[in-house]
Write a protein that binds this ligand. Sequence first.
Ligand code: HEM
Length: 284
Amino acid sequence: MASRGSAHEGFLRHANGRWCKVAILVSGLAIAVYALTDATPRPNGGTFAGYLLGSLAALLVLWLTMLGLRKRIITRGPYSLKAWTSAHVWLGLSLIVIATLHTGFQIGWNVHGLAYALMMVVILSGLYGVYAYANLPAQLGANRHEATQPQMLEAIRALDRQLDTAAQPLGHEDAATVRLSLEQCRVGGSLRQRLTGRQPGCGNRRARDAIAARVDVQRRQGKPDPALTQLLFLLERKDAALEQVRRHIAIKTRLELWLHIHVPATFALLAALTAHVLSVFLYW
Ligand code: HEM
């Protein structure tokens, strides 16, 4: 994951920021076309400048979509995936300028406005993606301490086996408390739970709190039960292991989730864009 992170850190400044400069140039040209067009009221999609900027924006959207195909073919050199991603990000951002000028700042509640809104959803989710690729892999590394997700889950299963053994000599009530940890404890769950890493009412937490209270009373009475103290130790270790794997899943979900917005919104954008272009030519 770390190498993926560093590869992505580099794509913004790839080739001395070549694609950033190209994007600034393209945006500057779009502004010049818009500003130099002599039209009253100001040019919108239906003027010459509008068609020019609209065609450029539509071609850019088609090209940006092709990153999905490009990602699955590996090559090196000037057309490497890093160069493509760099161009994708910077030219994608230049679309904000080009497409906004194409609308002539006239955005309504219709299929044209829908295409524009979907484009902004794709762009903003992409921006989050850049942030995620630059920051989250480091957080993942710091949290996992060299352990993989299957290893973290195996550690929890090993603690469960020890808890099961430790519960054998206990009375009915304490054994039922241990079962809370063994039977009512989840690591994944709903999207919200995976994103926040929080599991309200976690069985292990409830068991740990109940046993901790019992051990506390015994300690104050000067009669700590070694079996119960050992049980508390295991429940605390399981709590820490659960925290770690839940944090791991939360970061991974944030790292992947944005693409689940970026890609479907891209397809919705392509559909809206087709409808937008067709309706313009049908009612011409
Ligand atoms: C309308 C504009 C855009 C379209 C249609 C578009 C479309 C796509 C598509 C189809 C993919 C490939 C996803 C996959 O197959 O996994 C992709 C990836 C990506 N996009 Fe965009 N995108 C746009 C704008 C942007 C912008 C403005 C940014 C950033 C500011 C951005 C950042 C990214 C990143 C970081 C990736 C992932 C690259 C990787 O995993 O190697 N995109 N985009």
